[in-house]
Design a binder for this molecule. Sequence first.
Ligand code: ATP
Length: 328
Amino acid sequence: MVIGLGIESTAHTFGASVVNDKGKILSNVNKMFTTEKEGMNPSDVAKHHRKYADEIIKKALDEAKIKETNLDFITFSQGPGLPPSLVVGKDKAKELANKLQIPLIGSNHICAHLEIGKLLTKTKDPVFVFVSGANTQIIAYESKRYRIFGETLDIGLGNAFDKFGRDIGLGFPAGPQIEKLAKNGNYIELPYIVKGMDLSFSGIITRADQLYKQGKNKDDLCYSLQETCFAMLTEVSERALAHCNKKEVILIGGVAANKRFCEMLDKMCKRRKAKFFPVPLKHCGDHAAMIAWQGMLQFKSDKNFLDLNEIDILPKWRIDEVEVTWIK
Ligand code: ATP
């Protein structure tokens, strides 16, 4: 049996996980940097990751009941992400691969979100609707690449919700609050901004802010914001599904917690005789098992391992630049 260790450190979370080639997650230990004040200072995050890295890796091996000498490879998230955080993961992975003299694999963090989603939903070839804080992309596999069919032209939808939440005095993160208030709201017209296959959210937030200042109530604004933004995303997802002639849609990212969004995607899929799968929430955020699994797919398909003397982080690595060697 093949066993690998994955290390995640693209942003606020440092994690380590052991998986086997049957798709079993043997351990998944993650520690998130948190702060009392708003915002993340990248150098504080990196300090946090350096402080806990060895402890987390040891815990992941202990929980999996695996000795480091039983590992067949190490993988780490090479990008995209915050450079100071990425460097910590790279250094730890390199140190361990060097010590154990086993292959080192660099994984794309977004790709890892997609592949763990596929593993957990048992889907084969879905359209991916990836909507987190910073990311909003509609992705599907075609001809050896994960292609981005549509994406936000400005901010991610989660961050857009959080901004609106801040502006009208909801707590952080605002998504769950917006969902709650929306249940009692009625529709007020907001701009609907789809350009080709891409989306834009910042103008909608500006308009919702203006309407709030003019005295419109929070429930109506939250309802209208959800209906508008989710309809935009459902429209683009439907077009991607039709274009690629696929039969499955999976929803990934923190915004997947929203029941109304799931309902809209589900309805659209049923109309097109496709199936909708939300990824279980505990696997929607950043964690190390997704990196370990992505590494496993690469290990089994791609023998071009990284040269320990030449590896580097790729902070701006887009998913459509990854050569997909593991899908036949
Ligand atoms: P990224 O990975 O893109 O850097 P992140 O790690 O902050 O960002 P996630 O943890 O995937 O992203 O998602 C967090 C986002 O999901 C927040 O912006 C939050 O408001 C939003 N969110 C959480 N629950 C809900 C909900 N029920 N409805 C809408 N949005 C939600």
